[in-house]
Ligand binder design. Structure first.
Ligand code: SAH
Length: 386
């Protein structure tokens, strides 16, 4: 039983996160176990998984008095799949479960064709991994399941991050199709769960603007944006990426789409490379800036803002007249308004007038909960040099 401090229940009824400071008393629960959450007067608030180790010590999974057992996981997974299927088939390339937004806090499930990738972010979910896999397979058939836990949350929660096949091994490489572009994924390796699925719709949208343009895909990972742009008729694309594993994936993807001759990959720090391109007076008609979050902690928010401003300023200076900049922030700690402000500052410093063509966000299978603003993390601006 976890008893909340007085006054903490109204937030707990709409937001699943309970921090140490919200807790008056905890009893009869082991780390990673299910705990019943009650308000200061002892009234039922919900049930969630508890872990005394991180400050975020409990995530409420249900507000109904029900056990967090195999049946619970089956019902939640079924609802998440139904949301993606929208009355038809469950899509072959999609985020199937997205943590808080699907009522399964601490769990991410992505589907890459005939392979499922499961990422557990909490000890409670890591312990329920087999039940989750069982629930997924009961609806989708006996697909191979790869685990792809991230090191940082696993360390915070105190469990060994799992990587690789859960039981039956699956294929080493899967090729998925994303709006006419083919992308390779190696389950259990690479970043995120294999691809940045949150950018799926944006890659198609931005690629569609690339015809006849010189493209710069900065922080390219496996060249998803560049592949879309080149397939849509871009003249040339330059990818900048620092990770050698990602660069290898980018080479494969460019070849897979038959566009390698029109592409170049520079393995470098994008900050340095943007500076170097400016010195060489290079110009681009379409620039994509899709950097990592720069910060995972609130303390480093200032540093992140400086990083965003610098790359945006440099990218703006590389734009041709009427050139387009698609710029993103995936940092939880930089709000949409703050990101826009940073881009505005960069525009002022670069002396550029830019028209906002569109506000971009995460793919629709990464739904947002109004009362859980943390579920909205990917912000983008599509800007056109005036
Ligand atoms: N646009 C990509 C996702 C980019 S994720 C897509 O649609 O798939 C951010 C990428 O930036 C990661 O691949 C990471 O390896 C790379 N990266 C991180 N810091 C970097 C730096 N300083 N310079 C260049 N690349 C960097």
């Amino acid at each position: 039983m976890l008893r909340l401090r007085r006054g903490r229940e109204s937030r707990a009824r709409v937001h699943p996160w309970i921090f140490e400071g919200d807790v008056a008393q905890v009893s009869d629960v082991e780390p990673g176990g299910a705990v019943t959450v009650v308000d200061a007067a002892g009234r039922f608030v919900g049930r969630g998984f508890y872990n005394p180790r991180p400050a975020l010590c409990c995530r409420i999974a249900t507000r109904v008095d029900e056990p967090l057992d195999a049946g619970f996981f089956r019902r939640r997974v079924e609802a998440a799949l139904a949301r993606r299927a929208r009355g038809g088939e469950v899509p072959g390339l999609a985020r199937l479960v997205w943590s808080e937004a699907d009522g399964l806090p601490g769990l991410v499930v992505d589907r890459y064709g005939a392979v499922l990738v499961v990422q557990c972010l909490t000890l409670g979910m890591a312990r329920a991994r087999a039940e989750v896999a069982g629930a997924l397979r009961s609806f989708l058939g006996p697909l191979p399941v790869a685990s792809m836990d991230e090191a940082t949350p696993a360390r915070l929660e105190g469990f060994e991050p799992a990587r690789g096949w859960l039981d039956e091994p699956g294929p080493e490489t899967v090729i998925v199709e994303e709006g006419g572009v083919r992308l390779g994924v190696r389950p259990g390796t690479g970043q995120k769960t294999g691809l940045y699925l949150d950018q799926r719709e944006n890659r198609a949208r931005v690629g569609g603007l690339a015809r006849g343009r010189q493209v710069l895909d900065a922080f390219s990972y496996t060249a998803g944006f560049a592949c879309h742009a080149l397939r849509a008729g871009a003249e040339r694309a330059l990818c900048i990426e620092s990770s050698s594993e990602a660069v290898a994936g980018a080479r494969e993807n460019l070849a897979l789409n038959g566009v390698a001759e029109r592409a170049q990959i520079t393995q470098a720090n994008a900050f340095d490379e943007l500076r170097r391109l400016a010195r060489s007076r290079a110009r681009f008609g379409l620039i994509v800036l899709d950097p990592p979050p720069f910060t995972r902690g609130r303390g480093a928010r200032e540093a992140a803002a400086r990083g965003y401003k610098e790359i945006n300023l440099r990218a703006m200076r590389l734009l041709e007249p009427q050139g387009i900049l698609a710029t993103f922030s995936c940092s939880h700690h930089v709000s949409g308004e703050a990101f826009e402000e940073i881009c505005r500052d960069a525009a002022v410093d670069s002396g550029m007038s830019l028209r906002v063509l569109e506000h971009l966000t995460q793919a629709s299978d990464h739904p947002v909960l109004l009362t859980v603003p943390e579920t909205h993390y990917l912000k983008g601006l599509l800007l056109e040099a005036v």
